[in-house]
Design a binder for this molecule. Structure first.
Ligand code: PEP
Ligand code: MN
Length: 286
């Protein structure tokens, strides 16, 4: 039967088996990947404290914005190059891989030097020159879904990267705009199993941007793994009330620890490899 989808290379029709690739000892698309860290890198103490904590839980991926796409030009815009340097230093010290958002074409060389996974934010999902350049960058890309984009538009954005020569793409559902204002975005959980049917690429979920509320991060994370997600990207902060961005949706460090045994149970049901915080047992479930 002819392939009627507008996207080709990213489609399940093109390639039946799941795309998997290894980064920092984790097989993305097969193992459960956990990316955690603050919304933004704020200072050395913050990023080193969080990194040390995460490494003790055996987390392998550190997130942190160095260039922040803020709605208001008066909000904290990130530490920029210094932020990337701090991420790299902390990550190297604690055995982590760096995930950070790239906003513009002019920063590709800088990001290739300091980051391990280049994140494309929701606002840039349709920045086609950037997507094409990332296709040639040789670095894995975390592609957020545009907040007002359909699943087809999102997969076509991924097609830009893959057709430019880079098949190490991780899709990330991060909630969409609807009439609902009680949550920051509306978490489209159904997108996860649907994209797993339509595409062979790994799909993870961002419950932090998706809900905007830290109390919703745990239940939505569990729902995502049950729905078939290959992992999560979660905002975690040592002092959320002092955070320069997204404090309300950032987990306290002990809240993040508490999430792990619960996730382990879900991962077990899905036969997903899970090796975080080995001292936790099922009896810790809450
Ligand atoms: C973020 O991860 O901090 C972020 C800005 O994400 P999004 O592009 O999904 O809003
Ligand atoms: Mn954020």
């Amino acid at each position: 039967m002819a392939n009627r989808k507008p996207y080709q290379l990213v489609s399940r029709e093109w390639k039946k088996e799941d795309t998997t690739f290894e980064i920092n000892g984790v097989c993305i698309g097969k193992d459960l990947v956990m990316i955690a860290g603050p919304c933004a890198v704020e200072n050395r103490e913050q990023i080193f404290t969080i990194s040390e904590y995460l490494s003790k839980l055996n987390i392998k991926f550190l997130r942190g914005g160095a260039y922040k796409p803020r709605t208001s030009p008066y909000s904290f815009q990130g530490l920029k190059t210094e932020g990337l340097q701090l991420l790299r230093e902390a990550a190297d010290k604690y055995g982590l891989a760096v995930v950070s958002e790239i906003m513009g074409l002019d920063k590709i060389d800088e990001f290739c030097e300091y980051a391990d996974i280049l994140q494309v934010g929701t606002r840039n999902m349709q920045n086609y020159p950037l997507l094409k350049a990332l296709g040639k960058s040789g670095k894995p890309v975390l592609l957020k879904r545009g907040m007002s984009s359909t699943i087809e538009e999102w997969l076509l954005a991924a097609e830009y990267i893959v057709s430019s020569g880079n098949d190490r793409v991780i899709l990330c559902e991060r909630g969409i705009r609807t009439f609902e204002t009680a949550t920051r975005n509306t978490m489209d959980i159904a997108a996860i199993p649907l994209v797993k049917i339509l595409s062979h690429l790994p799909v993870i979920l961002d419950p932090s941007q998706g809900t905007g509320l830290r109390d919703l991060v745990k239940p939505v994370s569990l729902a995502a793994i049950a729905a078939g997600a290959d992992g999560l990207i979660i905002e975690v902060h040592n002092q959320p009330e002092e955070a320069l961005s997204d404090g309300d949706q950032s987990l306290y460090l002990d809240q993040f620890t508490d999430l792990l045994p619960n996730l382990r149970a879900q991962a077990h049901l899905r036969k997903k490899h899970f090796d975080f915080e080995s001292s936790y047992e099922f009896s810790n479930l809450s």
